[in-house]
Design a protein around this ligand. Structure first.
Ligand code: 7RM
Length: 651
């Protein structure tokens, strides 16, 4: 476990911002003592705490016990309960006025608008659920979804959930090879895609990428294609018998489709995420616990109200979109804004224009986006009326205090509480966060744990400390239940550092007020502009090139992206580090993983620094790439390598 550089204490931050009075006076939780009381109860009596919350949702059959720990770390929540999350996100709201309110307000990048009320969305989901059934999809089958940010993406996940099919959403920036790996890993029988999707004025040829991806995937029997890009400029080949237009299926489908009663612990979805090996992990989330946890976090962290317009700018291809565009807000009967495209198309004011146009009240985005907005200049947000905003949120990486202050001042006009929410794909929902009506915030701190979350900062031995590793000492309803097909890796990755304690892989500090300061990953995962990338995945891609002998990829701090990737590649005899090779390697990463994973820099060298036992010393590479004084080189097999590498890097 490397911790060099990452656990350095930040400059002591002394600014504290009390929750704004107007917000506090109508918030669900108005003072810290109330938060503390509920927090204590959630830990000391999880049965009654979570039982009460779960009771706010619909169950076909009530659970017997809230939590079963007998088979730890394979915890079970709401044991023997039967429910359906699509029912809770849709049908549950159809007997009240919520039926007629907007569930999803959608805007396409080119500017089209669609509004789906809860009634509309429920009808569309039922129809598409029937379409999936007509294509032979059954409970437990895996369905891959590779779609742009269009309403059909929300419809697809909800339709799968309705019939008990397991969805695996693949972010539309992933390459054909990444899709293939994910489709094969869990043998998906059906893929949902679109002819294209808009991004920065261009159409991404999604169907074409899927065709390439699944050409040799025998498991895929059917492909459903949403018509989004009007066939032009990417006419889309339709393979007879395998491919089906979404709109045709919907035309023919009945809108009667009961929600399948799902056992609490039956799988709801898989979501692949990067880890420390070359192979992405299929994170398993189940039905009952995930539903209760996303429902509750949405309710309290955003203090969401019926009249709110909630805009989470993430893509549904990532966990943030699953939990806070689809499941959490809809389980609360809220209105979400969904936007398809880029923040700088047609110009850098697009997000602020959307906020003004739709009267967005709750805005949830990533620090990397905030830093880009800062760089683009205040004149963009200043052109628009942002007075509808009442709360701001961030997620995805640590936020630097300057970006926090800019967000607070320029966007929140010093009026909106900021919730800096720490969580992961694995945690299902928000874990450490201020509650906006009662927790004073400090720029750069995610502050305090959410209800039921026993967070701590531990050292290697598992003793509490002020700077060390973040740890979660008790199970929580939204937790992952495993890694698809790899129970060993699940235990090893998350449960082996300390006995019975969950290890998230982040470094953290805890200050004298008990506030958490998340410092970033302490493993081989790099967070580039909010995208979680495993360095081992890049390394194994690089060595597939005949010119590359070995590769080591590291993350270094980056002003805009938070972290950037630097790749060191040692070349085989006779190969030369030419511009052409550089271009080939960049293309290789785009092809194997996706364009977003291309490194900032690729450094060629004849050798890499290694210990005498042959381990590449990434710590030393990080020293070179960040311009730090070279660390201890005494364990190197050949210390002169470092001098040569340093000189090359500086060149
Ligand atoms: C939701 C999401 C998870 C990793 C996590 C952290 C980092 C996320 C924060 C954060 C500091 C935050 N899921 N991270 N939120 N670091 N402060 N508020 O991002 O699986 O894609 O990434 O992201 O390192 O382990 S994720």
């Amino acid at each position: 476990m490397k911790k060099d550089g990452l656990l350095e204490t930040r400059l002591e931050e002394t600014r504290v911002f009390a929750p704004n009075d107007a917000f506090r006076s109508r918030a669900r939780i108005k003072n810290l003592s109330e938060y503390r009381r509920m927090y204590e109860e959630s830990l000391s009596n999880p049965e009654s705490f979570w039982g009460k919350i779960a009771g706010e949702l619909h169950w076909f059959k009530k659970w017997d016990t809230v939590l079963d720990e007998t088979n730890a770390p394979f915890f079970q929540w709401f044991v023997n309960g039967k429910t359906n999350i699509s029912y809770n996100c849709l049908d549950r709201h159809l007997d009240s006025a919520t039926r007629n309110k907007a569930a999803i307000i959608w805007e396409g990048e080119p500017g089209e608008r669609r509004v789906l009320t809860y009634w509309d969305l429920a009808r569309e989901v039922r129809k598409f659920a029937n379409s999936l059934k007509s294509l032979g999809v059954k409970k437990g089958d895996r369905v891959a979804i590779y779609l742009p940010m269009i309403p059909e993406l929300a419809v697809s996940v909800l339709a799968c959930a309705r019939i008990g099919a397991i969805h695996s959403v693949i972010f539309a920036g992933f390459s054909a090879e990444s899709i293939r790996d994910r489709v094969l890993d869990c043998s998906c029988s059906l893929v949902i895609t679109a002819d294209g999707g808009w991004r920065r004025g261009n159409v991404l040829p999604l169907k074409k990428i899927v065709d390439e991806a699944i050409s040799d995937c025998d498991c895929v029997k059917n492909v459903v294609v949403v018509k989004r890009a009007s066939g032009d400029p990417f006419p889309c080949r339709v393979k007879e018998g395998r491919d089906h237009w979404y709109h045709r299926l919907i035309e023919e489908a009945s809108s009667d489709c009961d929600a399948e009663p799902m056992d609490s612990e039956e799988t709801l979805f898989l979501l692949y995420t990067s880890g420390t090996t070359g192979k992405p992990k299929g994170i398993i989330h189940t039905t009952g616990g995930y539903m209760v946890y996303t429902y509750l976090t949405t309710k309290y962290v955003f203090d969401i109200r019926p009249e709110d317009v909630f805009w989470c700018t993430a893509d549904i291809g990532w966990i943030t979109g699953h939990s806070y565009i689809v499941y959490g807000p809809l389980a609360n009967g809220a209105t979400v804004l969904m936007y398809e495209g880029a923040p700088d198309t047609p110009d850098k004011g697009r997000f602020w224009e959307l906020i003004e146009k739709y009267g967005v009240t709750l805005f949830y985005t990533a620090p990397t986006a905030i830093r880009a907005f800062m760089k683009w200049g205040d004149r963009w947000p200043e052109k628009y009326d942002l007075s509808s905003l009442r709360l701001l949120g961030t997620v995805g990486e640590p936020i630097n205090p300057e970006a926090w202050m800019w967000y607070h001042t320029t966007i929140g006009k010093e009026r909106c509480p900021i919730v800096d929410t720490w969580w992961q794909t694995e945690t299902g929902g928000i874990m450490i966060t201020p509650l906006p009506g009662c927790v004073p915030t400090k720029p750069g701190s995610a502050t305090l744990p959410f209800f039921g979350i026993d967070a701590a900062v531990l050292d290697d031995e598992g003793k509490e400390t002020t700077a060390g590793f973040l740890a979660i000492r008790k199970p929580w309803p939204g937790m992952l239940r495993g890694i698809y097909g790899d129970a060993e890796r699940f235990k090893e990755t998350y449960w082996s550092k300390w006995p019975g304690v969950y290890f998230p892989g982040d470094g953290a500090r805890k200050d004298s007020d008990g506030y958490f300061w998340i410092l970033g990953r302490v493993d081989d995962v790099v967070n580039v502009a909010g995208h979680r990338i495993g360095t081992a995945e890049l390394e194994s891609a690089f060595v597939e090139h005949p010119a590359v002998a070995e590769s080591a990829v590291i993350g270094i701090p980056h002003d805009l992206k938070g972290q950037a990737l630097v790749a060191f590649c040692s070349l085989r005899e006779g190969a030369e580090g030419t511009e052409d090779l550089l271009a080939e390697l960049n293309d290789l990463i785009a092809k194997k993983i996706g364009k977003f994973a291309r490194p900032e820099k690729i450094i060629f060298s004849s050798e890499l620094p290694k210990t005498r036992s042959g381990k590449i010393m990434r710590r030393l590479l990080r020293d070179i790439a960040t311009g730090r004084a070279l660390g201890n080189v005494t364990t190197l097999a050949d210390a002169s390598v470092m001098e040569r590498l340093k000189a090359q890097y500086e060149e």
